[in-house]
Design a protein around this ligand. Structure first.
Ligand code: COA
Length: 186
């Protein structure tokens, strides 16, 4: 896990914002804190998943499942707090050499303030520290905000899963390589 847990707008170099443009975000006057989730966060995380990600779908990430993810050593559940409010969360699983970003969401009122970038940056650092070669994720193909967000942060669209979210609603597979494969040495 990355040791940095707090990013201050005025610049702790231990956990910097991922991009300079984040300086334009309105959250710059506040303090964003990213940390591992605690069991007490499970209910809020599950509620955000239902509201922001699983809309119109069966609710799979209920509090019990989130609790299990928090306890799972193969999974990082991270939250971002802004002015004392749990404003965003992300869940990343480590599978073989890959990290799989299962969920990431920012409360509607807190979007476009750099929170998603800060959280994903923290999770990416966590994946690098764990030795992951690649981060993979899936989102709805019609989720223009997520596509723009992930593309902006260096992810590439690599595949489509037709009808993944129901008739006519495709899933989109994205990935970001963290390490280049080494040529075999002799
Ligand atoms: C996608 C999501 C996580 C982005 O989080 P965020 O905190 O708003 O993102 P940031 O403020 O860090 O944005 C970084 C950049 O991503 C792009 N971006 C983010 N939201 C965007 C939007 N709605 N439309 C277009 N581009 C967007 C922009 O380039 C943005 O930089 P800018 O604001 O300087 O233009 C957020 O919109 C969200 O939680 N959506 C609902 C849940 C979801 O769809 N999750 C992803 C699939 S699991």
């Amino acid at each position: 896990m990355p040791s940095c847990s707090t990013w201050r707008s005025t610049g702790s170099s231990a956990c910097p914002p991922p991009r300079r443009r984040a300086e334009r975000h309105t959250a710059m006057s506040a303090v964003v804190s990213v940390r591992l989730a605690r069991p007490a966060d499970a209910r809020a995380i599950a509620g955000m998943s239902r509201e922001l990600i699983e809309t119109g779908l069966p609710w799979r990430w209920r509090p019990q499942r989130v609790l299990a993810a928090i306890a799972d050593p193969q999974t990082s559940v991270a939250v971002a707090e802004l002015q004392g409010e749990l404003a965003a969360f992300g869940i990343m699983e480590f599978l073989d050499d890959d990290a799989y970003l299962s969920l990431l969401a920012v409360r509607s009122a807190r979007q476009r303030q750099g929170l998603g970038s800060a959280l994903l940056g923290w999770l990416e650092a966590s994946a690098r520290a764990a030795g992951a070669r690649r981060i993979r994720l899936e989102t709805r193909r019609d989720n223009a905000a997520a596509r723009s967000f992930y593309n902006e942060l260096g992810f590439h669209e690599v595949g489509i899963r037709r009808g993944r979210y129901g008739a006519g609603v495709d899933g989109l597979l994205l990935e970001k390589w963290l390490q280049v494969s080494r040529a075999p040495s002799d």
